[in-house]
Ligand binder design. Structure first.
Ligand code: NG6
Ligand code: CA
Length: 528
């Protein structure tokens, strides 16, 4: 039994609802004119962080051009307000709160998506595509947490979940190991400097940001980030060795972009899927010097400019390869914005008039809109005939489902735990409609539900502000919260829960339904 059929059985078996859909033959995705697909996944890029969403103090001509010639969504949501759970959901179509161990991962986490899970990369391979991942991974590598031997090929790795090629950072730029990994092996491996990683204690003789702050010559930490020092920047976790394999933060964007461009050039004669996950604009923000001072917002603004440059280079590669017209490019972010996220990079002092979350309440980590409402641009010249703005509620949970429809494997719906292929029509601008509901998860697992012009945040409790030095409201409360989400009446400050008991009850029941059943089945079988 292959992976495809395994997924079907386990879902039907686990569900109390009989799916009306039957998995069809894997026909190799023989669909005329199926597009190449490039997912540009920014990190911590807020709803207001690019020009076409109202940014001030930084220009993003390349992103804006995509929006001008494609669809710009104003109510698009990531599945969580932090990285690992959002990425997990994007690649698997399963809500991260269904699976333990999907919270923000350490750099030595074991691979979080198991090889027998069906991923969007598997889907593209089933459809005959060549697939690749670049940049930030943050979904674990290897079989056992903390037990990886970074000096040998890592297994399992991305090849085991559908990626033919990968050039990635294991986790984030602020977590060790600070090396690129190509197809499961450390790039430019330096045998004279073997690599050791620990998330519990330092290695003898190695300095740390905590004990040797004078060695933080490139960026000072503001909270945390006081363990290993690499490239004059403090990190989370300890590491030793690496030698010439260690990355230079200022070259990360260039490096991942060059590899993605090479991949596009080499594969332009076949359908390809590129997952291009930038380090920008996550901390540590240390863009290349050619972007330094290009904005009025210091390093965070300059990192946005660098991100925009990457977008331009990817688009240029598509154009030069002659495939831009039939390439579906989706540009979005894993979660909302944050200013000071642990380094003294001037982001708060220099933000000026710019509103990273575009005026939404909250940001990264939070249950409020700023946590999960993100830029979302869909660009596909030969297919999207009427570029414009789309106000429909969409969710990244549907990525796998929508891609299944686009590559002609929509019978694969049966393996999609929570996403919905029917959203394809909305994502491509054929209809303007809201997803029946969108579920978001804050960093303490508080769930929120958007439906029919309302937003519900479940009562769970927790601190009102992110407790470790980040100046962001969490949206956590012991009381149920209900806010109006209708445009013009949008107000996440006035809790209507006690005034609208029927709406509240409906929101709570829907959330419980989704919690207990596959979101896909709720969407299709319950008539939402
Ligand atoms: C936090 C880090 C923060 C960032 C975040 C994950 C500290 C003090 N803060 O724990 O800097 O790395 O995790 O961000 O360590 S995410 O976008 O990858 O989810
Ligand atoms: Ca992130």
């Amino acid at each position: 039994m292959n992976k495809f059929n395994k997924g079907v059985c386990s879902l039907l078996f686990a569900s109390t609802v009989v799916s009306p859909l039957v998995a069809g033959d894997n026909n190799g995705g023989k669909v005329a004119n199926r597009p190449n697909v490039v997912m540009i996944y920014a990190d911590d890029l807020g709803f207001g962080d690019v020009g076409c969403y109202g940014a001030k103090g930084v220009e993003t001509p390349n992103v804006d051009r995509l929006a001008a010639n494609g669809l710009r969504f104003t109510h698009a949501h990531s599945v969580a307000s932090t990285s690992t759970p959002s990425r997990y959901a994007l690649l698997t179509g399963e809500y991260p709160w269904r699976k333990q161990g999907t919270d923000v991962a350490a750099g030595d986490a074991a691979m979080i998506i198991s090889p027998d899970q069906y991923t969007v990369a598997d889907l593209f391979k089933d459809a005959g595509y060549v697939t690749a991942a670049f940049g930030k991974w943050h979904l674990g590598l290897g079989g056992e947490t903390g037990k990886q031997d970074w000096n040998k090929p890592l297994s399992p790795s991305l090849a085991d979940i559908g990626f033919d090629y990968s050039y990635i950072m294991a986790a984030t730029a602020d977590r060790v190991p600070c090396v690129f990994i190509e197809n499961g092996r450390v790039v430019d491996y330096d045998p004279s400097e073997p690599i050791f990683v620990s998330y519990s204690s330092n290695f003898e003789g190695e300095p740390s940001g905590h004990e040797n702050p004078e060695l933080l010559y490139n960026l000072k930490s503001s909270h945390g980030h006081d363990m290993a020092i690499v490239n004059g920047i403090g990190r989370i976790g300890y590491m030793k060795g690496g030698g010439k394999a260690l990355w230079k933060d200022e070259n990360i964007a260039d490096s991942i972009t060059a590899h993605a461009v090479d991949f596009i050039k080499a594969n332009s004669d076949k359908p390809f899927f590129v997952y291009f996950a930038t380090n920008d604009v996550h901390v540590p923000r240390f863009p290349h010097e050619r972007f330094r001072g290009s904005t009025s917002m210091g390093l965070r603004g300059d990192a946005i400019a660098q991100f925009d440059w990457c977008v331009g280079e990817i688009m240029r590669a598509l154009e030069e390869a002659g495939v831009a017209g039939n390439t579906l490019v989706i540009l979005t972010s894993d979660n909302g914005p944050v200013l000071d996220d642990g380094y003294a990079d001037g982001s708060e002092e220099l933000v000026g008039e710019h509103r990273p979350a575009g005026g939404l309440r909250g940001g990264k980590y939070s249950a409020f809109e700023g946590g999960t409402r993100v830029p979302f641009i869909v660009h596909w010249p030969v297919r999207i005939k009427e570029p414009g703005v789309n106000n429909g509620v969409v969710s990244q949970i549907d990525f796998l489902g929508v891609m299944a429809k686009i590559v002609g494997l929509s019978e694969t719906n049966s393996v999609i735990a929570d996403g919905y292929c029917g959203e394809e029509a909305v994502w491509l601008g054929d209809v303007f409609a809201n997803r029946a509901f969108a579920v978001g998860m804050a960093s303490n697992h508080t769930l929120s539900l958007i439906k029919d012009g309302w937003k519900y945040i479940e009562p769970k409790g927790g601190p009102a502000m992110v407790p470790w030095g980040v100046r962001i409201e969490t949206g956590y409360s012991f009381e149920p919260q209900l806010y109006r989400m209708v445009d013009g009446e949008f107000d996440e400050t006035r809790n209507c829960a006690s005034e609208e008991p029927d709406v509240l009850k409906c929101m709570q029941e829907t959330l419980e339904l989704v919690r207990k059943n596959s979101g896909f089945l709720v969407e299709t079988n319950y008539g939402y």
